[in-house]
Design a protein around this ligand. Structure first.
Ligand SMILES: [Mn+2]
Length: 454
């Protein structure tokens, strides 16, 4: 059954591949539209790299949401093939009206609308595969270019898994279609699995910062806590200022053993791209770098790095990542100080501060993982943008198993008050008018109560 589902998805992706082939051979410039997070950027990267290798041309836009007006603007452009990545499935009604060929490679929940004759719709949910755990947007995109060119594109498989990490799908190992993609990467020798300590920036930051910046797996007492990390290292007899890569003798093992006591998940499978420079060699770290570029709106830079730019581009990206991480630390201090606001069946964070608004989502998930915030209630972050509030919601796999579906809850609650929303069961988003905030929160509470069967 599982294999049959995967085959159906692969067949659909092959249709997309044929469509892409046709337009590359006709020398059409291909219009790519993708999402602004690490998954969306990886999705654009895998397709752009594939087109580039085949000698084709593309023009890319990275956007935060696919707005109806934007699709209407696209209709005025004269491209013959539009490719929507990590988005589009919820917008079929409008995309169907484009007078050109269209590929949608997405993994979000799908709307009821059927794809038009000009549209190839690649989405795991159409085939009974779960887009929140089994494949990312970059994964759907990768499958759509997998057979392109004389020898196929399995050597680009790693981008699909960077996207999966970006969407929190790889942290406990890869399942289902993600596993198939991992096997492609290993088979084509671009990927290796190694057992390793999963702390970040081992070659570029002093150890106490590596620990502070390590968000996943979270290290209670160390993650987001510069002082906590320094005193931990001093206590176990290591110099906080040394880089991990410069540790000698048994010091590496001492650190490993002490960190495992705090969180055993800190030692485990790392997915390595051997041919890459040290800063990009670990898939998860590659995803973090793209994520921080995205959060700083440096989409061109992120895509440039994925297309092979190094040196100066890397310096700029790493510098902006450092600033982003320092903002995260401030955010962690904020929730440590103030906690979340609690409703009966969920909790939320609210801010009008520009710095906090951009990092709230991450701070919320990390806060839950290291027990700064309670785990037994889904969390929403509310960021005020003039007349609207941008909401993102996260919860745990355990809560999903109890019945919580955030995508559905945010869609229903926001549409009742003139907003819109949707996404995955475990992570989703919405936009609502500011003046409906309290009504929205009350209804959302009722919906979660209902989903939990209370
Ligand atoms: Mn995605």
């Amino acid at each position: 059954m599982t294999l049959k589902k995967q085959r159906s998805l692969l067949n659909r992706a092959n249709e997309a591949c044929d469509m892409l082939k046709k337009h590359i051979s006709q020398e059409n410039v291909i219009r790519i539209i993708s999402h602004n997070d690490a998954d969306g950027i990886s999705a654009a990267a895998v397709v752009a790299n594939a087109i580039k290798e085949e000698g084709g041309q593309f023009h890319t836009s990275i956007v935060s949401r696919l707005k109806t007006e934007f699709v209407k603007e696209l209709a005025k452009e004269s491209y013959k093939l539009f490719v929507f990545l990590d988005m589009g499935s919820a917008c079929l009604k409008h995309i169907n009206r484009l007078k050109a060929d269209v590929i949608i490679a997405d993994h979000h929940q799908v709307a009821d609308t059927e794809a038009g004759e000009n549209v190839v719709h690649v989405n795991p949910h159409l085939f009974g595969i779960d887009g929140s755990t089994e494949i990312s947007g970059a994964g759907s995109s990768y499958l759509s270019i997998r057979d392109l060119g004389e020898n196929g594109k399995k050597h680009l498989a790693y981008f699909a898994l960077i996207g999966a990490f970006g969407d929190m799908q790889g942290q406990k190992g890869f399942l289902s279609v993600n596993k198939l993609i991992l096997d492609d990467g290993i088979e084509s020798k671009v990927l290796e699995i190694r057992d390793d300590l999963k702390i970040v920036s081992k070659n570029q930051e002093p150890l106490y910062k590596s620990l502070t910046y390590t968000l996943d797996p979270g290290l209670p007492g160390l993650t987001g806590d510069l002082e906590g990390s320094k005193s931990f290292l001093e206590k176990i007899g290591l110099s906080p200022g040394i880089k991990f890569s410069d540790l000698e003798g048994e010091d590496g093992d001492t650190l490993k053993n002490e960190l495992i006591k705090i969180n055993p998940a800190i030692f485990g499978n790392a997915y390595i791209i051997p041919k890459e420079i040290p800063q990009l060699r670990d898939l998860e770290e590659y995803a973090y770098l793209l994520d921080s570029c995205g959060k700083n709106k440096k989409f061109g830079l992120a895509l440039g790095i994925c297309l092979g730019e190094r040196e100066k581009a890397m310096d700029v990206a790493i510098d902006s990542q450092r600033k982003y991480r320092d903002r995260l630390i401030k955010g962690m201090e904020w929730i440590k100080r103030e906690g979340s606001i609690s409703h009966d069946y969920f909790q939320y964070l609210y801010s009008e501060d520009n710095d906090l608004k951009r990092i709230m989502g991450t701070v919320a998930s990390v806060g839950i993982s290291i027990d700064l915030l309670p785990q037994d209630k889904p969390i929403l972050t509310l960021a005020r943008l003039h007349k609207d509030i941008k909401i993102s919601g996260r919860t745990t796999r355990e809560m999903v198993e109890k019945g919580v579906n955030l995508g559905k809850a945010l869609e229903d609650a926001s549409s009742s008050f003139g907003g819109q929303g949707g996404g995955h069961d475990i992570a989703a988003g919405a936009l609502i008018p500011y003046n409906q905030k309290d009504n929205f929160l009350n209804l959302f509470n009722d919906i979660i109560e209902h989903q939990l069967g209370k």
